[in-house]
Ligand binder design. Structure first.
Ligand SMILES: [Zn+2]
Length: 126
């Protein structure tokens, strides 16, 4: 069974499931590994979720000359510490959950829990 058989919407579910606990930006490689969706499709889906407003891009840069590491909303082309011009090998694309989406998931999830709790009470007889 090839990885093409793994549905790409598992990425959406993974993001929703983890929205509450993802405080740090995450790598698309982690999503690919945990969902079984191959890296190319997981990355593309994460980029689509950026357009949807569920995720935002975080650029992580690593300077091979002075070994400093930093994150920004956009990529730097040179190291702010030593001035070395970075290559694309030194830049990593990460994603973080937008505060709006995290809030939505938190509210949606708690409603769902309340709903199923009230249903459980009803089933138990009032
Ligand atoms: Zn540097």
């Amino acid at each position: 069974m090839g990885s093409e058989a793994v549905p790409v919407w598992l990425v959406d579910l993974w993001v929703e499931d983890n929205a509450g606990c993802l405080k740090e930006p995450f790598s698309p490689a982690v999503v690919a590994c945990e969902t079984g969706v191959d890296l190319g499709r997981a990355l593309r889906r994460c980029l689509e979720l950026v357009l949807d407003g569920r995720l935002e891009l975080v650029w992580e840069m690593f300077c091979p000359a002075c070994f400093c590491k930093w994150r920004k909303a956009g990529p730097d082309i040179s190291c702010p510490s030593c001035g070395k011009v970075l290559s694309f090998h030194d830049v990593y694309l990460l994603f973080s959950v937008t505060p709006e989406y995290r809030k939505h998931v938190a509210e949606h999830r708690s409603k769902r829990i309340v709903f199923s709790y009230s249903r459980t009470l009803r089933r138990a007889g009032k």
